[in-house]
Design a protein around this ligand. Structure first.
Ligand SMILES: *[C@@H]1O[C@H](CO)[C@@H](O)[C@H](O)[C@H]1NC(C)=O
Ligand SMILES: *[C@@H]1O[C@H](CO)[C@@H](O)[C@H](O)[C@H]1NC(C)=O
Ligand SMILES: *[C@@H]1O[C@H](CO)[C@@H](O)[C@H](O)[C@H]1NC(C)=O
Ligand SMILES: *[C@@H]1O[C@H](CO)[C@@H](O)[C@H](O)[C@H]1NC(C)=O
Ligand SMILES: *[C@@H]1O[C@H](CO)[C@@H](O)[C@H](O)[C@H]1NC(C)=O
Ligand SMILES: *[C@@H]1O[C@H](CO)[C@@H](O)[C@H](O)[C@H]1NC(C)=O
Length: 491
């Protein structure tokens, strides 16, 4: 009985001096204590830290929050401390500002915890966006009086991008492939080829693999609908051991700005154990069916080729089907300098050359000629030579802009002059005449800009490459057909 009373007394005593905890709530305006004069105010914080944390409580995109932790200074002024206020300013495309106030549930009775350590608290809140600078400031309440500089503490926190081990769980990152593990393995098979294996993603079906050793020494496009381990053999033009493999995915949501992956080319394990001589005959016998099969396939391909050629001759006059037998279409591509050369122009050029039977004229590949002729003369010459002039526009300013394509190295920083406004003005008069208009096309990578400076281009046929690739290709190849038909009828 007396024992029970004793423990009850102990409980009551424990309840009388509880350890303070925090109760936090939003307080974006000034604190009420600000309006009142205080003879004495608490000191500042000893330390303030910010860490991103992934919480499972909050749903979806707000699941990554700040864990703001602070340590109180162990001095006598702690007895005056009622609350700590934390304000966060986020600086990205737009500025955000919000504050929380954390009340201490009880007055502090001692400068340190009963267990001996410093008073430490943390607050989990404030959703974190990608690649954003946050200014986090904290001060104790009651604050200093109105005309005094209150002690406060601030830290900066820059949130990482999608490659971070926590940020990768953001919805936007997941859509760009942050959780995709391609598990790239690549090896040098011989002087001329590299074998690349990777696991494809369910987010898309097209990939570009580049082998780079300062310059691009090989590349290959990979199309794969299923999620599986894929193997490609890529021809290379230089020493590939130690070179970098860059895997560029083209997913539906991020187009050509998805998260790229890298790997390294190592030497292939040597499996070619020399064949013992007495095995040669059986080896040959083993190869015989394969040889026969290869011959059979070759004969079949030849027959199919002849058939297709014959059929093509028959349908040539009525269909717009593309054949490699037709001469290439000369296309002049002009683009504003803010466009990301590698991501956008290279990709588009490659598309034109590989899928649209085009010969592309790019300002970047003719720097020397432009310097010799002068830009206006060069444009006049190209205008005459080109069958199509394409204005390539992109409303997407990419943060990750790197690498080079084909013929020449190129990065946006190296752009000596922007030919685009000149070309635009030079071709502008043509846009007003129906007879010349057919020569011009506008291609956007994504949905069109509304705040367009080049409204004169509105009269041209406009395509969005991510959605209208087929229509665009048809239009481009169609014109060629019309021209040749026209020529025939003139004869
Ligand atoms: C904290 O204390 C202030 C002043 O007493 C009060 O206005 C506010 O509602 C309290 N906040 C929370 C979250 O309890
Ligand atoms: C928040 O940070 C504090 C101090 O670093 C730590 O003790 C606490 O466990 C963290 N909370 C979470 C949910 O990570
Ligand atoms: C935080 O960033 C701002 C803006 O860039 C800068 O003015 C300030 O000095 C930084 N503060 C700290 C503590 O690094
Ligand atoms: C990556 O691929 C290699 C070779 O196929 C395999 O041994 C390894 O387990 C894979 N790793 C992961 C994380 O899937
Ligand atoms: C790629 O996969 C093939 C077939 O699974 C395997 O034989 C080869 O060793 C792999 N190569 C690399 C570089 O992982
Ligand atoms: C890159 O290529 C050059 C020229 O082909 C070669 O000399 C060099 O060794 C290569 N570097 C690497 C890291 O393979």
């Amino acid at each position: 009985m007396s024992l029970a009373l004793l423990s009850l007394a102990a409980l009551c005593w424990g309840a009388a001096t509880p350890e303070p905890t925090t109760q936090c709530g939003s307080e974006t305006g000034p604190s009420p204590e600000w309006m009142v004069q205080h003879a004495l105010t608490p000191g500042d914080l000893r330390d303030l830290r910010v860490q991103p944390v992934k919480t499972n409580i909050a749903t979806e995109d707000h699941s990554i929050l700040m864990n703001i932790s602070w340590i109180l200074r162990a001095d006598a002024s702690i007895r005056l401390l009622k609350a700590t206020k934390i304000c966060v300013t986020g600086k990205s495309n737009f500025q955000s500002y919000s504050c929380v106030r954390c009340n201490y549930t009880d007055a502090f009775q001692s400068q340190t915890r009963p267990s001996g350590g410093k008073w430490t608290f943390s607050y989990i809140g404030f959703p974190i966006e990608l690649n954003t600078l946050y200014l986090i400031g904290a001060h104790n309440i009651p604050t200093a009086n109105m005309n005094e500089d209150g002690p406060s503490m601030s830290v900066n926190f820059t949130s990482p991008g999608c490659l971070d081990h926590i940020m990768k769980y953001k919805k936007k990152c997941i859509q760009e492939g942050s959780l995709w593990d391609p598990n790239i393995t690549a090896c040098k098979k011989n002087e001329k080829t590299v074998e690349l294996n990777f696991t494809t993603s369910p987010l898309g079906n097209r990939y570009m693999a580049l082998i780079q050793n300062n310059t691009i020494i090989g590349f290959s496009e990979v199309l794969e609908n299923k999620v599986k381990r894929t193997s490609v053999v890529i021809p290379v033009t230089g020493e590939s051991e130690g070179a970098v493999v860059q895997l560029i995915p083209y997913f539906h949501t991020c187009g050509n700005d998805c998260i790229r992956r890298k790997g390294t080319v190592v030497l292939c394990p040597q499996t070619g154990v020399p064949v013992p001589p007495d095995n040669n005959r059986s080896m040959f016998r083993g190869w015989l069916p394969v040889l026969l099969l290869a011959l059979l396939v070759a004969a079949w391909v030849l027959a199919a080729g002849i058939f297709l050629l014959w059929r093509h001759e028959r349908i040539k006059k009525t269909s717009f089907s593309t054949t490699t037998l037709l001469p290439p279409i000369k296309v002049l591509v002009v683009y504003p300098s803010e466009i990301c050369f590698h991501h956008t122009v290279c990709y588009f050029t490659e598309f034109l050359q590989n899928h649209c039977r085009s010969k592309v004229i790019l300002e970047k590949w003719q720097k020397k000629k432009i310097a010799e002729m002068g830009p206006v003369q060069w444009l006049a010459t190209q205008k005459k030579a080109a069958e199509k002039v394409i204005f390539l526009l992109s409303n997407h300013a990419s943060a990750m802009c790197n690498g080079a394509c084909g013929k020449n190295q190129g990065s946006p920083s190296e752009n000596s002059q922007d030919l685009f406004p000149l070309a635009f003005n030079f071709f502008c008069s043509d846009l007003r005449s129906q007879t010349h208009l057919h020569k011009y096309m506008v291609v956007y990578f994504r949905k069109a800009d509304t705040k367009d400076d080049y409204s004169a281009l509105n009269v041209c046929p406009t395509y969005h490459l991510m959605t209208d690739a087929t229509a665009f290709r048809k239009e481009l190849l169609h014109i060629k057909q019309q021209v040749s038909v026209g020529k025939i009828s003139q004869d």
